[in-house]
Design a protein around this ligand. Structure first.
Ligand code: NDP
Length: 271
């Protein structure tokens, strides 16, 4: 068993609510396997208190960094001292490293993790048409990663249409050749259908799209990890679609997060 000492590197995960997160369990197991003296703990923080917490975390010398999830991934961007080009374009950050001088460096790994999870399941999005429900932090990252992966066209449908339009504009700026449209709840006519909203997390949530319009040749993928089989995936399965769970997205991100947060090569870490 590992002991937490005065040398232990501390990592956090920022969320609200936080009880459902799986990242600490997985990254703590990864650090244990790597023989690294580090621990990730939950930091539950309300949106109004995020800036205060982050200002304090900058001063915490034993902090290696933190993972950021709902509802903070957009607000954290301006609280970082620097963010990667892709995170800047996406407008969201989900992993922040604290440098020795206290600078906070932000990166966005959701989209890379999502596409990596599809590839690991043998689903190559290249030249495929994609319907994406949502235009929040995760959906933004997934949209950029899909375009980078060479999809043929993208339809974005979001409750707040202005956010879908804004995402389409930023995609067009970064990738002038990308074919991007704004859609409605009807996902028909697309090879891959993705829920990138938070609908499905809670019992009684509405469906993120019109499942009556699904057909068996479509692949339906989910960002929600818990429950594993959301109402959307259950409906898609009943329609004969191939379904893809939310978990591979996280699994694929863990390696990227561990790398970015220095969990594999901590300076001065004990054995
Ligand atoms: P955001 O808060 O940034 O975005 C939420 C999205 O869901 C928006 O598009 C929002 O629409 C939509 N939405 C929320 N409530 C409703 C509603 N009642 N009706 C219609 N649309 C709604 O969240 P994130 O993008 O960061 O996260 C979304 C989900 O992705 C979360 O559930 C999270 O758990 C999951 N996720 C999973 C990961 C994984 O590794 N599997 C990684 C990252 C996230 P609007 O713009 O209109 O508000």
């Amino acid at each position: 068993t590992r002991e937490i000492t005065g040398h232990t590197r501390v990592y956090g995960i920022l969320a609200d609510p936080i009880h459902h997160v799986k990242t600490p369990q997985m990254l703590n197991a990864l650090m244990a396997r790597e023989g690294r003296d580090g621990v990730m703990v939950p930091f539950q923080v309300a949106p109004d208190d995020l800036a205060t917490l982050v200002a304090g975390l900058k001063t915490m010398k034993s902090l290696g960094g933190f993972v950021v999830t709902v509802p903070h991934k957009t607000a954290i961007v301006d609280l970082c001292d620097a963010v990667s080009d892709s995170a800047r374009r996406i407008g969201a950050v989900n992993t922040v490293r604290r440098e020795a001088d206290g600078r906070l460096i932000g990166e966005m790994l959701d989209g890379k993790g999502f596409v990596g999870g599809l590839l690991a399941a043998g689903i190559d999005p290249k030249d495929k048409s994609v319907y994406l429900a949502g235009a929040g932090g995760a959906a933004n990252a997934i949209a950029f990663a899909f375009v980078e992966a060479g999809i043929s066209r993208l339809t974005i449908a979001n409750r707040t249409r202005a956010k879908a339009e804004d995402l389409a504009v930023r995609l067009a700026e970064a990738y002038p050749k990308a074919q991007v449209d704004i859609g409605n709840p009807d996902p028909s006519g697309h090879d891959i259908v993705v829920n990138g909203t938070s609908l499905g997390l809670k019992d009684g949530d509405a469906l993120p799209l019109d499942t009556a319009r699904l057909s068996p040749e479509q692949i339906v993928a989910e960002v929600i990890m818990q429950p594993e089989e959301t109402a959307l995936l259950a409906a898609a399965k009943a329609k004969g679609c191939r379904i893809h769970f939310g978990k591979p997205m996280l699994a694929c991100q863990l390696d990227l997060m561990a790398e970015f947060l220095g969990m594999r090569a901590l300076p001065g870490a004990g054995k």
